[in-house]
Design a protein around this ligand. Structure first.
Ligand code: UDX
Length: 437
C-alpha cells in the first residue's frame, strides 16, 4: 500500500514513521524546504523522544519531498496532517487544509482515499470532499475519511503505536476497508463511525481533558482558601474509577498546541450554531486566570519586580518537549520584564526556542544552581524531572532570599518543611520557614 502524508509536523511525521514501522511505504510532503532537507539527512526537525531512531530504522520505507505533484499522483491513501491554528476569533484556521486539498485534487491520477488527520471543526470533511471534487483534474474515484489523532507531545511515538483507539469516520464500507488495511498492523481497537462524529470525538476528548484540568485547578484554588491539600484531594478522587486518576494534576494551567486552541474552537463552533457551551467557556476562563496565578502570589511579597533577580525554572508548556506554544512562562515573563526584573532562566531543551523570542532580555543558564544563585525569587513553570530531583536545601544556600513559587507542585510538602525557605505551590498551604525561625 502506498501512502502519502501532507505536513511533517508532530502529527504528520509521527504518523508517517509509525506507519513505516508496520511496513508501509510512506512519502512525506511539506512546503518547507529546510525541514525536508533536515529529514533527508536522517534528522528529526522536532524534539520528540524515540522519533529519530525509528525514522532511521525505517528509512528504506520513508521518502521526504516538497514535490507534492509526484507524491500524490499514484498513491492509495493521502493523509492531511497540516496545522489548523487558532484565528483571532477563536475559530480554526483551515486555509492549510483547503490549500493541500486543492493540491491533491490537481495531482491525483488514480482512485484514492483522502484522510483528514488535522483537528478540524465538525463538517470540514464534507467541505474537503466538495473542494476535492470541484478541483479534480482526472476522472478518478476519491473518498474522504476522518481519522483524528490523540498523540501527546513527548510521548508521541508510544501514543501512536499503543493508542487506546483508532477513530475512523467514514461514509462508505469501501473507505472503512481501506483504512483498516492501513491500520491493521497496529493491532489496536477501532471506533468506526460517520465523519461528523469522528470530528466531534477529537474535540470532545481534548476539551474534556482541558475541562478536567480546569476543574481540578478550581478545586485547588478553593483548597488554598479553606486549608485543604489538593494532592491528597486528587488522589482520593482519582481512586474512583469513574473519575480516574489522570489529568487531575493541579498547576498553572494547560498549554500546548491543542487544549487552548481546541477549547476555543469548540466554543466558537457552539456560538456559531447559536448554542452556548457553558462548561468549556468556564474551562477557558479558569485557565487564563490560572496561568498568572504565581505572579499574583508573588505580589504579596513584592509590589513590583523592578531590579529583582528572578530565577525561572522551566520554559516549555510541559516536560518532554521543546514546544513553547501557550506555555505559562510566556504569560509570566513579559510581566516580569515589563516591571524591570533581571531574569535568569533554565530549561533542559526549551532555551533555543526561547532565544528566538527573547534573545537578549534573559540570561540563560546551563544549570539550576547557576540560575537560582543570588536570586530574590524563583518561579517554577514546568515540572522537569531535573527540578523534581533537585536538592531543596540548595535553594536557601544559593538564593539571596529563598522565596519559591512552584506552579507545578514539584516538591513534597513534608520535605519542604525541613528546608529554610518560603514555598508557595498550587492548592496547598504556604510553607514559611523563615518566619518561624
Ligand atoms: C494533548 C492531548 O493529551 C492529546 O491527546 C492531543 O492529541 C493533543 O493535546 P499535549 O498538548 O501534547 O496533548 O499534552 P498533554 O500532556 O495532554 O498536556 C497538555 C497541558 O495540560 C500541559 O500544559 C500540561 O502541563 C497540562 N496538564 C496536563 C495539567 O496541567 N494537569 C494534568 O493533570 C495534565
Amino acid at each position: 500500500m502506498k501512502i502519502s502524508i501532507a505536513g511533517t509536523g508532530y502529527v504528520g511525521l509521527v504518523t508517517a514513521v509509525c506507519l513505516a514501522e508496520i511496513g508501509h511505504n510512506v512519502t512525506c510532503v511539506d512546503i518547507d524546504e529546510k525541514k525536508i532537507g533536515i529529514l533527508n539527512e536522517g534528522r528529526s526537525p522536532i524534539y520528540e523522544p524515540g522519533l529519530e531512531e525509528l525514522m532511521v530504522k525505517n528509512k528504506e520505507r520513508l521518502t521526504f519531498t516538497t514535490d507534492y505533484k509526484n507524491a500524490y499522483k499514484d498513491t492509495d491513501v493521502i493523509f492531511i496532517a497540516v496545522g489548523t491554528p487558532e484565528k483571532k476569533d477563536g475559530s480554526a484556521n483551515l486555509q492549510y487544509v483547503f490549500g493541500v486539498t486543492k493540491q491533491i485534487a490537481e495531482s491525483i491520477q488514480q482512485d484514492c482515499i483522502i484522510v483528514v488527520k488535522s483537528t478540524v471543526p465538525v463538517g470540514t470533511n464534507d467541505k474537503v470532499e466538495r473542494v476535492l471534487r470541484e478541483n479534480l483534474k482526472k476522472d478518478v474515484h476519491v473518498e474522504v475519511a476522518s481519522n483524528p489523532e490523540f498523540l501527546s507531545q513527548g510521548t508521541a511515538v508510544k501514543d501512536t503505536l499503543n493508542a487506546n483507539r483508532i477513530v475512523i469516520g467514514v461514509e462508505t464500507k469501501y473507505a472503512e476497508e481501506v483504512l483498516r488495511k492501513v491500520y491493521d498492523g497496529f493491532g489496536l481497537p477501532y471506533v468506526i463511525t460517520d465523519r461528523r462524529s469522528a470530528e466531534m470525538i477529537k474535540y470532545a476528548s481534548n476539551d474534556f481533558l482541558a475541562l478536567k484540568i480546569s476543574y481540578i485547578n478550581e478545586i485547588a484554588n478553593l483548597c488554598e482558601i479553606v486549608g485543604a491539600n489538593i494532592e491528597d484531594v486528587a488522589k482520593g478522587m482519582g481512586m474512583d474509577p469513574r473519575i480516574g486518576d489522570k489529568f487531575l494534576k493541579a498547576g498553572i494551567g494547560y498549554g500546548g498546541s491543542c487544549f487552548p486552541k481546541d477549547t476555543k474552537a469548540l466554543n466558537w463552533l457552539a456560538n456559531f450554531n447559536d448554542y452556548e457551551l457553558k462548561t468549556i467557556k468556564a474551562a477557558i476562563e479558569v485557565n487564563e486566570n490560572q496561568k498568572i496565578k504565581l505572579i499574583k502570589k508573588a505580589r504579596k511579597y513584592y509590589d513590583n519586580f523592578s531590579g529583582l533577580n528572578v530565577a525561572v525554572l522551566g520554559l516549555t508548556f510541559k516536560p518532554g518537549t521543546d514546544d513553547l506554544r501557550e506555555a505559562p512562562s510566556l504569560q509570566n515573563i513579559p510581566i516580569l520584564l515589563e516591571d524591570g526584573a533581571n531574569i535568569k532562566a533554565w530549561d533542559p531543551v526549551g532555551i533555543e526556542n526561547y532565544k528566538k523570542i527573547y534573545p537578549k532580555e534573559i540570561k540563560y543558564c546551563n544549570t539550576i544552581e547557576e540560575t537560582i544563585k543570588g536570586a530574590d525569587i524563583c518561579f517554577i513553570f514546568t515540572e522537569w524531572p531535573e527540578i523534581n530531583k533537585f536538592d531543596i536545601s540548595l535553594f536557601s544556600k544559593l538564593m539571596k532570599y529563598p522565596l519559591i513559587l512552584d506552579g507545578r507542585n514539584c516538591y513534597d510538602l513534608e520535605k519542604v518543611k525541613k528546608a529554610k525557605i518560603i514555598y508557595e505551590s498550587v492548592g496547598r498551604n504556604t510553607v514559611n520557614n523563615l518566619l518561624e525561625k
